[in-house]
Design a protein around this ligand. Structure first.
Ligand code: HEC
Length: 270
């Protein structure tokens, strides 16, 4: 055998070994998370957020000293059960398609007199956004086990979905990334993270249906708005404005793709 061939074969086996160990390592990381999930299956740390959220929902607050108990999340004033499963949706009173966070902001503004800007401007996990996290945890828990059921029958809902689809495939930034670059095909993986294919129902329900979630690595509860914010960073895009149309449109796109799948919120993530 020539020297060159021996060298080539050596490299091929080294590369194969590297691929294999990476595979094995990533497998074990996934396993570890699964084990961790099992360990705390009866006690997802987001329960603490849910409890705080229930209190915040019922407690009079803001300049108008009112609770959120009359907040209409789409199924009537005060109805929390199953409401998150049908969001985003069109709301007549605001004449807007809203996701959970933007709808809660409307309730905080109209019922409690809290300024929207103070919520938008707050840092994630701090001040009014921290309260928002807890309230979101409370609301989504009441859709756990239900089916995603979003409608695009209203023209504005349809328009939002189309905008979300466009945004999902819109390539820009230093690497010409779109959401689809990382979430548009099966079997993608970044830094040992399995990335769901959000264009299929199976992938969309895995991704959309398991957020909001408690993140073990940061020890924090993240809403979908925060999840998206972080993916804009992954995409090397400027951060989107909290509750802005593009974030709602992307949620509409993912939720519609996930329609019929079972919701597993609050999720538990790396
Ligand atoms: C450069 C790659 C990249 C791009 C571009 C990207 N993401 Fe992500 N996304 C990730 C990674 C990595 C994770 C897992 C993060 C983690 O677990 O910390 C993730 C997680 C997610 C999840 C949760 C999936 C799950 O199963 O938990 C959703 C939903 C999501 N991204 C949506 C989007 C949307 C919408 C866009 C476009 C605005 C986008 N992502 C753009 C890399 C990307």
């Amino acid at each position: 055998m020539s020297n060159l061939l021996v060298k080539k074969m050596k490299w091929i086996s080294v590369l194969a070994l590297m691929c294999w160990s990476l595979q094995a390592f990533s497998q074990s990381t996934t396993d570890d998370i699964a084990k961790y999930r099992e360990m705390i299956a009866d006690g997802n740390p987001s329960e603490l957020y849910e409890m705080a959220g229930e209190e915040l929902w019922k407690k009079p607050a803001g300049p108008k000293n009112a609770s959120l108990e009359k907040c209409n999340l789409g199924l009537g004033p005060g109805v929390v059960d199953g409401a998150a499963a049908q969001l985003p949706r069109y709301f007549k009173d605001t004449n807007q398609v809203q996701d959970l966070e933007s709808r809660l902001m409307t309730c905080m503004e109209t019922l409690q007199g809290i300024s929207l800007q103070s919520i938008i401007d707050a840092k994630f996990g701090e001040g009014p956004k921290k309260e928002m996290d807890a309230i979101v945890a409370y609301v989504v828990t009441h859709s756990k086990g239900k089916k995603v059921q979003v409608s695009i029958s209203h023209p504005q809902e349809k328009a939002m979905y189309e905008m979300g689809k466009q945004a999902f495939y819109f390539e820009a930034g230093p690497f010409d990334f779109s959401c689809a670059s990382c979430h548009g095909s099966d079997g993608k993986r970044i830094r040992l993270q399995d990335l769901p294919n959000l264009t299929t129902r199976e992938g969309a329900i895995a991704g959309w249906g398991s957020w909001p979630a408690y993140r073990i690595s940061s020890g924090q509860f993240w809403t979908m708005q925060q999840r998206l914010n972080d993916c804009f960073r992954q995409q090397r895009f400027p951060f989107p404005i909290y509750g802005s149309d593009v974030t709602i449109a992307l949620s509409m796109y993912m939720a519609k793709n996930a329609n019929g799948g079972i919701i597993q919120t609050p999720g538990l993530k790396r």
